[in-house]
Unconditional design. Structure first.
Length: 744
């Protein structure tokens, strides 16, 4: 029922109203605001960040957690990059589960810095005002001020997680698990039900350097033996555990308080087990933080014009209206969570072979999953989008939710620009939406920059130098107990031979067999067709370069990979170095077909030398490794400064330059405190050439560590533009993914 506003209440009108201040809501609000929309961002808690906030402390995962070169870019990358640089306990990367209030503060700063956003914290959306099948306004109550607000808008974005606004507006939604037959999903149950994944409570513990006793309250759960925590790894005693999870048979919305109470009981029981049963090395550890707000995984899922399924994710269907991507494995948790003590918290905890099927390569998310089927002006972002229960296992990750948020925030701008509905955007303006997202540094699989206003697309490019593909010599042996592989970009039309650094601990001479295959992108190890094969001898008790003759004709500017058959006692030397656009992989013994990414690279030399990092990459329309590295890298042997130059062929007038630098889109194993990607350009100057042939600066930057920088200045007219890189944050080479030039 609509509340009757009194004289003490407030009305406000916006282009876009975003309800829910998690990462999806933040990215949606910032995206719309930066494009010129007046935005309201409503969050019921005192801090932003949702599950990632210091109230809950769930680490930020996504496609980059399980796929090489797949770290999410756009607004979420901007936020995480800043957090890594300034926060001693960053929100992503080990040490995990230690999100601090500095992350909350960063998110608050970023939202408040947008002059087009009005932020309503401590504000609960309690009702909606409908008119003609559309939402006219949202009725909100701000707890601290005791004020009621009616926030009117043209477009509404539900980022509540629980799909609260969609529910109040009468949007169609689903709860629970679909049957296996409905969408042909192998991971779905035979019969549909209302079971959902549960919620978790996190904790942190610290080593205080002296023995600490722990006496649990009498109502704590009991885990007296290791069998009581079967399949639940609790070796990391500092970080808290996602598997302290409770959901079904509780309702994750209606029974949220009951779930929190039960989770607290289970959490203290787990800590009692760690402290008082068996030797877990926890004698000097004490709890110093326990979450009191549940981190929720699943509740309502709003039905859109399309429902994303397990098959879509596994088959990597390229939807024509794709606007975002995911890549976390299909992580569907066991019904009951920790209450089901005899079952693993998720299937691969008991059977690692399950992980082979559950792993997915980066897949597309269509825009039709991001707006309501029956409420005309409602979009959604986060875990409440239009997916099946099984597909939710991969789309629900916070970094994925964030890129979805940026997509719908950008779509909201187009709704206001054209005075149309989200469905109309999908039907009539999807190309423009995709191009806008690329321009704002989002990634859409297989779609490149085709912006007709980008003057750089027509320019010829040259640089002071360019790097060849070179692998560092590794000193860590990876034994060939299973097949191991290395993917690389090849600029030439042939591969005569490859040389590998191998180590043998055998007393006899070993024969190693190598296969050469092609790849469609950096995530593709699926080909079973050899382009060439070769074998070579490895001397006993040695570490040496071993050459494999191939004499293979290949297509230039494509990706290839070599793999070695198992040969116990022989190892391929491995390095932490990861040349951009290369991927190391292996096939675990319990996997039948799937190759699994290995961080770093295997030591390899290719003849002839590959040169994939030329200056032409900065205008090829793709700003990350995909089917090619798509990156200019200067010769590391040539000292900085280094430059790259665009020649437009005629005088053009411009006032804006977009630069995309390298922040290493392969997630690191560990991030040090106050991290700044060594590969990222730190100091640089943008020049234009005047009519007399002199180079004039339009931007001088010191101390950069962000991937995307946009420079605006008074219009200039010139035939040439140059970016001179003076220094990086540690790397020997200048590195740029993309240059765009506009008259805006």
């Amino acid at each position: 029922m609509e509340r009757v506003l009194s004289r003490s209440d407030y009305d406000a009108e916006y282009d876009v109203v975003v309800v829910g201040g998690g990462l999806a809501g933040i990215c949606a609000a910032i995206a719309a605001a930066r494009l010129g929309c007046k935005v309201a961002l409503v969050e019921q808690r005192p801090v932003l960040g949702g599950n990632s906030s210091s109230l809950i402390r769930v680490p930020i995962g996504g496609a980059g957690s399980y796929n090489p070169w797949a770290v999410e870019t756009g607004i979420i990358h901007e936020l995480i990059t800043e957090d890594l640089a300034r926060n001693p306990w960053p929100a992503v990367g080990p040490p995990h589960f230690r999100t601090s209030s500095l992350w909350d503060l960063l998110l608050y700063e970023k939202v408040k810095a947008e002059e087009n956003i009005d932020l309503y914290l401590n504000t609960v959306a309690l009702d909606v005002v409908m008119r003609g099948g559309e939402i006219e306004g949202v009725i909100c109550y701000q707890m601290g001020t005791e004020r009621w607000y009616r926030l009117k808008g043209r477009v509404f974005i539900d980022c509540t997680g629980d799909a609260t606004i969609a529910h109040l507006a009468g949007a169609e939604y689903r709860v629970g698990r679909e049957s296996r037959d409905e969408f042909g999903e192998l991971l779905a149950p035979e019969e549909a039900d209302r079971a959902t994944m549960g919620s978790s409570l996190m904790f942190n513990a610290v080593d205080v350097g002296a023995r600490v006793e722990f006496k649990p309250p009498p109502w704590a759960a009991k885990f007296s033996t290791e069998d009581d925590l079967a399949y639940r790894d609790h070796s990391d005693i500092e970080a808290g555990y996602w598997w302290i999870e409770v959901g079904y048979p509780y309702d994750t919305i209606r029974d949220d308080d009951k779930i929190r109470d039960e989770l607290l009981r289970q959490l203290l029981g787990v800590w009692d087990h760690i402290k008082n049963y068996g030797d877990h090395g926890a004698a000097t550890y004490a709890l110093y933080w326990i979450g009191m707000v549940t981190g929720k995984r699943e509740s309502r899922r709003v039905v859109g014009d399309y429902i994303l399924t397990e098959r879509d994710v596994k088959e990597r269907r390229l939807f024509p209206d794709r606007v975002a991507y995911g890549g976390w494995f299909i992580d569907v948790h066991t019904v009951g969570g920790i209450l089901a003590r005899d079952k693993p918290p998720e299937p691969s905890a008991a059977d690692p072979r399950y992980r082979e099927y559950a792993l997915v390569r980066p897949y597309s998310i269509p825009f039709r999953c991001l707006y309501s089927k029956n409420v005309k002006n409602l979009m959604m972002a986060g875990r409440n989008i239009s997916v099946t229960h099984v597909a939710l296992g991969t789309t629900r990750l916070q970094a994925t939710c964030a890129v979805i948020g940026q997509a719908v925030g950008t779509a909201a701008y187009l709704c206001t620009k054209y005075g149309c509905s989200p469905r109309d955007v999908c039907r009539e303006h999807i190309w423009e939406l995709q191009q806008l997202l690329l321009k704002q540094d989002c990634y859409i699989i297989g779609i490149k920059n085709e912006d007709p206003n980008d003057l750089a697309r027509r320019a010829r490019v040259r640089a002071s130098s360019s790097a060849a593909l070179e692998f560092e010599q590794g000193d860590e042996p990876h034994e060939l107990i299973a097949p191991r592989a290395q993917l690389f970009p090849m600029s030439e039309d042939r591969i005569d031979k490859v040389s590998l650094l191998l180590e043998s601990r055998r007393d006899d001479e070993a024969t190693v067999v190598l296969h050469l295959r092609s790849a469609e992108d950096v995530w593709d190890f699926e080909s079973e067709e050899d382009l060439a094969a070769s074998e070579a001898r490895v001397p006993p008790r040695s570490r040496s370069w071993v050459t494999f003759e191939l004499s293979a004709k290949v297509e230039p500017r494509r990706l290839y990979w070599v793999w070695l058959e198992p040969c116990p006692g022989v190892s391929w030397m491995h390095s932490d170095h990861e040349p951009t656009g290369t991927v190391a992989a292996w096939k675990p013994p319990y996997f039948e077909r799937t190759w699994q990414w290995v961080r770093g690279s295997y030591t390899l030399a290719i003849d002839p030398l590959s040169r994939p990092y030329g200056p032409e990459n900065v205008v090829n329309g793709i700003a990350r490794p995909e089917r090619w590295p798509n990156l200019w890298v200067s010769d590391p042997k040539a000292p900085l400064p280094q430059w790259i130059e665009l020649d437009f062929g005629e005088p053009v007038t411009f006032n804006t330059v977009y630069l995309t630098f390298d922040t290493h889109l392969n997630r690191r194993a560990r991030y040090p405190r106050f991290y700044r990607a060594p590969e990222c350009v730190r100091d640089y100057i943008i020049y234009y050439e005047d009519e007399r042939g002199f180079w004039r600066p339009v931007a001088i930057v010191r101390g950069n560590y962000h991937r995307r920088r946009v420079h605006r200045f008074d219009p200039v007219t010139s035939e040439r533009l140059r970016v001179e890189v003076l220094a990086t944050n540690g790397d020997r080479s200048a590195r740029i993914y993309e240059i765009r030039v506009y008259m805006e």
